[in-house]
Write a protein that binds this ligand. Structure first.
Ligand SMILES: Cc1cc2nc3c(=O)[nH]c(=O)nc-3n(C[C@H](O)[C@H](O)[C@H](O)COP(=O)(O)OP(=O)(O)OC[C@H]3O[C@@H](n4cnc5c(N)ncnc54)[C@H](O)[C@@H]3O)c2cc1C
Length: 303
């Protein structure tokens, strides 16, 4: 119930205005967001890299309402490609296709993605395409397939909660997709997605094993101890070296576990959001751990 309310709040423009302009939310934002500028993201990335933790940059912002906003987002992504190549090569760039206009005009979005993929390819920066709400899921996978043909290192996020995910994964021929397996963070209808958290976790475990057995260099985007342990043990059982897959976590979440994995010699990458448009991102993070609601209420009302 609380999770559902927070996910509904993530899409509320009215609440966004109240929360975003509240000075007291600053500390809460700082915990989950690396900073408002690209420079702050680069600085945070260098600190993570020193601790053997890789990063995927996330330029905050989601669905755009006008194509000019998608143009501006493309410029932001191109700036990020240049910054990664120049200051911290080896880190990746996560991309949200709603920010590039997929919901408004899939063709314009495809052109933007072509420009970005080419620039990233030239600069040696790998792209990771986020998976958003199922209403744009088909188009996102189609766009990914096109980029994958030319840039086979490109990753796509795949949501375990979505019922047709096993079918989608089976549908890839050659090249095989590089995936970031996640549970799924969006409010979905029961016909589209599993709604019961334990069922989603079971599906995550099933797909983890399938990915380790069938896909190149899978990434596991999770903070769930059960899933992390299962991936480690399954990889050993299948003879997959710990350098041939990676764990991914969100900036500011379970930092102790992130460091422990790095210290144990696992590859670990942190999804690092930066920018001013943090509201919807933050609300989804709050929804993932209901006790986080206390943090929101405290930050809004504490004196
Ligand atoms: C790197 C990365 C990229 C992602 N990309 C996408 C994407 O493209 N599309 C998409 O739909 N979803 C994405 N997600 C979000 C994902 O779908 C889940 O909503 C999120 O990871 C929570 O699921 P979990 O596997 O961590 O397990 P859960 O069972 O939700 O959580 C397990 C434990 O982890 C801790 N935890 C989890 N989340 C939080 C939090 N926000 N704050 C504090 N503690 C927390 C808690 O201790 C919790 O008990 C991404 C997640 C990661 C880590």
């Amino acid at each position: 119930m609380i999770k559902r309310l927070l996910l509904l709040a993530a899409d509320s423009k009215r609440l966004e205005k109240i929360v975003s302009t509240n000075k007291r939310t600053k500390r809460l934002v700082q915990r989950f967001v690396a900073g408002t500028t690209l420079e702050s993201a680069v600085r945070a990335t260098k600190r993570m890299n020193e601790r053997n933790i890789d990063v995927s940059f996330d330029l905050l912002g989601e669905t755009v309402e006008r194509l000019e906003e998608a143009d501006a987002a493309l410029e932001g992504y191109l700036d990020a490609v240049r910054a990664i190549a120049e200051h911290c090569p080896g880190n990746t760039l996560s991309v949200k296709l709603t920010q590039l206009g997929i919901g408004l005009d899939p063709e314009a979005c495809a052109k933007h993605l072509d420009v970005l993929a080419e620039a990233a390819g030239d600069a040696g920066v790998v792209l990771e395409i986020d998976m958003e709400h199922s209403s744009v899921g088909r188009d996102t996978l189609d766009a990914y397939r096109r980029v994958l043909a030319d840039y086979p290192a490109t990753r796509v996020a795949i949501q375990a909660m979505i019922r047709r995910t096993p079918h989608d994964l089976e549908s890839f021929d050659d090249p095989k997709p590089r995936i970031r397996l996640v549970k799924g963070a969006f409010l979905e209808d029961p016909g589209v997605a599993l709604k019961h958290h334990p069922d989603v976790t079971e599906q995550y475990l099933y797909l983890s094993e399938w990915a380790l057995a069938n896909l190149p260099d899978p990434a596991f985007g999770t903070h769930d101890d059960r899933c992390i342990d299962f991936v480690k043990k399954t990889a050993v059982r299948l003879g997959v070296d710990r350098k041939d897959y990676e764990f991914q976590m969100l900036y500011g979440v379970r930092r102790d576990v992130q460091q422990k994995l790095a210290d144990e010699g696992y590859r670990i990458r942190v999804y690092l959001p930066y920018g001013t448009d943090w509201y919807a991102y933050l609300m989804r993070r709050m929804a993932e751990k209901p006790s986080n609601l206390i943090l929101v209420i405290r930050s809004l009302f504490a004196g």
